[in-house]
Design a protein around this ligand. Structure first.
Ligand SMILES: Nc1ncnc2c1ncn2[C@@H]1O[C@H](COP(=O)(O)OP(=O)(O)OP(=O)(O)O)[C@@H](O)[C@H]1O
Length: 651
């Protein structure tokens, strides 16, 4: 085994694929290859390591520093910092950011956050297409972009063409970009004559978890390599953490579609053999061809499923248990413990309970700002974010687009459309239109375009906001934009020293939306989504809320959808589950509960197997995650929650 890793580390051919089951050292092999390149004299900045998430990049950099040291590289820390380690999306955006690419694409790589996307969607509705149809056409575009399919080959004249043109107009006029466009634009640019100078930027491109990338992202990475590309992955570990449209087939066929690919298959899984056996068995239950380990190396320990009565019992019980475990071994870093949660609600409930028990918590995967921009009382975090955006960059046209729309049931998409038409007619820019509307409002004149007065009112309020608060900093600034006390801003508020200006605070907030990472503090227990487990490794993983409907998602059971849809959801959930829980090297515990109030179960999409009355309340009966029993002989042992607590001396 070690021999094979050494072989990969020394591989000097042009193109290789590293396959292997969970925990077989795929990442390790890439890290060792990067270290060997530096040791052989390659400039660290000439090496690109691609990871699926920003957190995986952070951890890879740490592992690389250790590997460089082991390889005898003089200033290992500095070298590890100089190697480019980033997500595919970050890499594509960096390419698109260059003046040459901006010129060639005519686009600015300012990606919309998910909540900003809602404004875009409202503006798309002005076309009059029924919303379901519009969503389906936009989804079609995203699929094609992610497949890097040339637009002229797939856009049909009529509705599709019109929709695409309108989308482009909305985005280009505001200097904005959709997340799924980035790899498409980057790939198209890199393949064009104009992009020749941007191709082959790196001597070595080492792409980890290649199965998680879209075809467009996969292609971009290959185009960036000069001397060598090595991709590592396993399609049974596919998670939608780098794109909404991962293309595991791009990994599976990597060696058959190209000539001269050297394939390495790792066969030893590291860590508690019961854990890797469980993961391999669940993967094999979904796909008989799944890669499984030939040998397993590590200390054997039982893995268990703990059953509680209700969600409250689970929140209480698991956290009390963790408290007792921690008390037994207070020296062990708490960052080695991770609770993987199926939903934001579960993550919050556990985070709160852990804090109550005296733990510090770092949560990852649930930071996406949500709310309803049309309803001010439900848009406070969104307004605060956009206010910071405007203060940081008063020229950001998409921030203005959002700002103007808050609190209106159509987010003033009608007014925005009139404004854009006015710009076209007068050959003027958006600020000219807003200034004209504002001047007319001041003078009591007729609006230059319908809804102009409403937009001018919002525009003036935005100008006032900028004038009033642009000199503020730190907490005073957060208070001024209404962010102080909001849960979505709590982590930022706790982190800042207090003298940060708007640009700094906005950049931090934006980074949390696009490239979130865990706190670099060994004393914080981790709470994570399944997606954010990618690239991580923990001593102990507690998979909480393990009921059908959460894991796998309820759509896997939905009777109204087709068999194929159900199967697709089931298999997507299986891969995310396998990839997530496999990150435990030592201890793995599943936590489940047998009943919940029907209202909670329905609202949060648990799969209800029966409903019965208990003390006048309707109670849903629930089942543990179906994946547990699918593991067959490798399934965990089952314990009652009370028995678990009693074992630890907790009554
Ligand atoms: N040759 C080795 N000897 C001992 N331990 C190893 C070796 N290679 C990897 N490991 C350990 O095994 C674990 C898994 O390694 P790594 O993350 O590189 O595997 P992976 O195949 O990329 O995992 P994943 O399936 O999570 O993507 C890590 O804890 C790592 O330190």
């Amino acid at each position: 085994m070690t021999e094979l890793v050494n072989e990969i580390a020394a591989f000097d051919g042009r193109i290789a694929k590293v396959a292997g089951p969970v925990r077989s050292g795929k990442t390790e092999a890439l890290i060792r290859r990067a270290a060997a390149c530096v040791a052989e004299g390659c400039a660290p900045e000439d090496i690109l390591i691609e990871t699926s998430t920003a957190e995986a990049a952070r951890l890879a950099r740490r592992r690389l520093a250790a590997a460089l040291e082991a390889a005898g590289v003089a200033d290992a820390k500095a070298a590890s910092e100089a190697v480019v380690i980033a997500t595919a999306q970050q890499i594509c955006l960096a390419v698109l950011e260059t003046p040459e690419a901006r010129e060639a694409t005519g686009r600015a790589p300012r990606v919309l956050t998910p909540f900003e996307y809602n404004f875009f969607l409202e503006d798309m509705k002005t076309l009059g297409t029924p919303i379901r149809r519009l969503r389906s056409v936009l989804n079609h575009f995203k699929v094609q972009w992610c497949a890097l399919a040339p637009e002229d080959e797939w856009v049909t004249p009529g509705e599709e063409r019109e929709t695409l043109d309108h989308a482009r107009r909305l985005l280009t006029t505001t200097g904005a970009m959709l997340a799924d466009e980035a790899a498409y634009l980057c790939g198209t640019y890199l393949q064009s004559d104009a992009g020749a100078c941007a191709r082959q930027q790196f001597a070595h491109v080492l792409a980890d978890d290649f199965q998680n990338l879209s075809l467009a992202q996969q292609t971009c990475l290959c185009l960036l390599a000069r001397d060598q590309v090595i991709v590592a992955g396993n399609s049974e570990e596919t998670v939608a953490c780098a794109t909404d449209f991962p293309a595991p087939e791009g990994f599976d066929t990597f060696d058959t579609l190209r000539r001269g690919v050297t394939t390495f298959t790792l066969e030893t899984a590291f860590g508690n053999p019961n854990i890797t056996d469980f993961c391999d068995s669940v993967a094999a239950a979904g796909n008989e061809n799944a890669l499984t380990a030939m040998t397993r190396e590590g200390v054997i320990r039982d893995i268990a499923t703990v059953k509680w009565n209700t969600p409250d019992d689970e929140f209480n019980g698991v956290t009390r248990y963790l408290f007792a475990v921690n008390a037994e071994n207070p020296e062990a870093p708490q960052s080695g413990i991770c609770l993987v949660a199926p939903t934001k609600q579960w993550a919050h409930a556990f985070s709160q309970m852990l804090v109550k028990r005296g733990f510090a918590v770092s949560s990852l995967g649930f930071e996406r700002l949500t709310g309803d921009p049309r309803d001010m009382s439900r848009a406070r975090a969104l307004v605060a974010y956009t206010s910071l955006n405007l203060l940081a960059d008063p020229e950001d046209l998409f921030a203005w687009r959002a700002w103007l729309g808050f609190g209106n049931y159509l987010t003033y998409s009608d007014g925005w459309n009139f404004l854009l038409n006015w710009c076209d007619e007068h050959k003027k820019g958006i600020f000219d239109a807003l200034e004209a509307a504002s001047a007319a409002r001041d003078a009591g004149d007729a609006e230059p375009f319908p809804r102009g007065e409403r937009l001018a009112e919002r525009y003036d309020a935005g100008r006032e906001l900028i004038a009033a608060h642009s000199a503020r900093r730190g907490h005073a600034l957060l208070a001024a934009v209404g962010a102080e006390g909001l849960r979505d801003f709590a982590a930022l508020s706790a982190r800042i020293v207090g003298d940060e200006d708007a640009a700094t605070l906005y950049a931090l907030m934006r980074e949390t939306q696009f490239n979130p990472v865990h706190e670099d503090d060994p004393r914080t227990v981790r709470v994570s989504s399944y997606e954010q487990m990618c690239g991580c490794s923990y001593r102990a993983v507690y998979a909480v809320g393990c009921v059908d409907g959460y894991v796998p998602a309820r759509d896997a059971f939905e009777v109204v959808s087709t068999d194929a849809d159900r199967a697709r959801v089931l298999e997507d959930s299986r891969r995310a589950f396998v990839a997530g829980v496999s990150k435990a090297s030592d201890t793995l515990m599943f936590s489940t509960f047998s009943k919940a109030p029907l209202e909670l179960a329905e609202r949060t999409k648990m799969q209800v197997s029966r409903v019965r009355m208990e003390a006048g309340e309707r109670i849903a009966t629930l089942r543990p995650t179906c994946f547990l029993e699918q593991a067959g002989a490798a399934a965990p042992i089952t314990l009652g929650g009370q028995a678990l607590l009693a074992d630890m001396g907790i009554d």
